[in-house]
Design a protein. Sequence first.
Lengths: 346, 301
Amino acid sequence: MTAPASSAPARSEPHAGNRLLDVRDLCVAFPGHLAVRGISFHIDRGETLALVGESGCGKSATSLAVMRLLPPGARIAGAVTFDGIDLVQANERTLRDLRGKRMGLILQEPMTSLNPVLTIGDQIAENLMRHEKLTRAQARARTVELLDLVRIPDPARRYDDYPHNMSGGMRQRVMIAMAVACNPQLLIADEPTTALDVTLQSEVLELLDSLRRQLDMALLLITHDLGVVAQWADRVAVMYAGNIVEKAGAHALFENPAHPYSRGLMGSTLRLEGGGHYTSQRLTEIPGTVASALHEPGCNFAPRCALATADCRIAPPPLRPFEGRQVACPVVTQPSKEADRVAAGR
Amino acid sequence: MSGETSSSLASPAAVAVPFKPPVVRRGLSAIVINHPTFVVGLAILTVVFVLALTADILYPGDPMDMVGPPLLWPFQDMEYPLGTDSLGRDVAAGLVYGARVSLIIGFSAASIGLLIGTLVGAIGGFFGGLIDNALARLTELFQTVPTFLLVIVIVAIGEPSLPVMALAIGIASWPTIARLVRAQFRSLRQQDFVMAARSLGYSNTRIIFMEILPNALPPVVVTASVMVAGAILTETGLSFLNMGDPNLVSWGSMIGGGREMLRTAWYLTALPGIATALTVLALNLIGDGLNEIFNPRMRQR
């Protein structure tokens, strides 16, 4: 807290009317496993929030909980408010009217996310007929527009193609077209580029970003790819073992990650300017695995953390404002040598 | 060997051969060329259908009437090309009217079985849990009873008429479809495209019938055509045992009637037997062909 109080700027203060999604103390429990442990975040209209973390940290569970699409065995607690609607209490009918119309979801795997026996055009048109009450002819015309919008060449002819006629990148575009067909206010992209070739990844992300601006959507980008975050997100929430450990602006996080886990994540990416190559220079790694955090009474990251003190292992640290962001680490946010070192390193 | 290969690759003659793209046929011609057995099956079934539909025109009057001298062999008297039976009834007329009975029973019984089986299997497989458990036990209960016995019991309780026989065969045959559909739904409901459909706000009914069922269909279609064949065979069996409708000529009752003269007039059993076998074969060929045609992933090959 030594960091000047003025460095907690207005960016974390939301405009009340501008807030689209507000998640408070969200917990997701699967039978015998707590996947998300009380996280809070918000998304304003038209902004991109990235949810970053390694596999199994609860990113996808969070996105499914927001859409209320978790499998029947899972339970959720906390509050999720979407444009004034309480999604935790909402009944199935309300949720069905929201999904696809006001919130869209893009899944990770484009090869299996389309129905293999229906033409891609019909799959998009079906959504339009369901939510926008268009006739078949109107839906077809709009679908061709949408296919054009996601830059599929010769969209009128492609309408009658089956998913197996298309490549992975094309299918992901079709998925995007389906998700944005009804101009949703919120688009959740769950690792949208993980299954794609590197050459296609930036294309798809660029498409998502331009659609976000054209259609004035908010984007919840779930990813483990830090390169994606740096380039396309406004704000970042770093998740570790079901908790958010740091919330910061994308630039701030990249220039100066505060939480030891965020630092570890940054450290384990190759940096172009360093001239590093994995053959010449060993990547730093975070010792241990996420599994070691599961039964930790204190900070989940303590067993893998170089800065951990005895205090860290007693109680889970809350998110505290620190240098214009929020960090869940008492060691870093303490007025101590360590914090000074961080501040100096900036 | 390797030198040979490299020389043939390098030779200008190999380069000069123009690349000819394979002709991709679509529509009817593709079916005819790629699936000859399907076409043969369809042709046989069409003939049976046409004969069944035009029975009244070809042979006006009751096929049970005595029309000529008894036990005429086929082609002995061209007025009765397939001969007459021991009571002087025209065998050809019997076959044609029998086709009608067989097809009506076959298709209506299979439809009933398909309807029950698909509903039970889809609901159980999709929702899982308690509903699935209850429906799976019900299916097993029906499967433990031998099909033919169940049909006989139901027909014996009711009356030996076409609707009762169709219902009985349908009720006895749905467990096969139910198990098949249930297995398909259990694996398909976990697919990503079902999650994608949910994320678009589709209802369970819509997901079951519009998204999953079309994917579950290929094996169901094959089984359904075999079910039609099975229903025809069951009806033939019932009639053979004199449990069919006594007022209708059926292939089964013709075989049953001709049985006593197997050594002197074997054609009386052979002709309806051949008719049954051909129809059943045709249905099986159609089932296989439909499986190949309906599956879009195989369409291009």
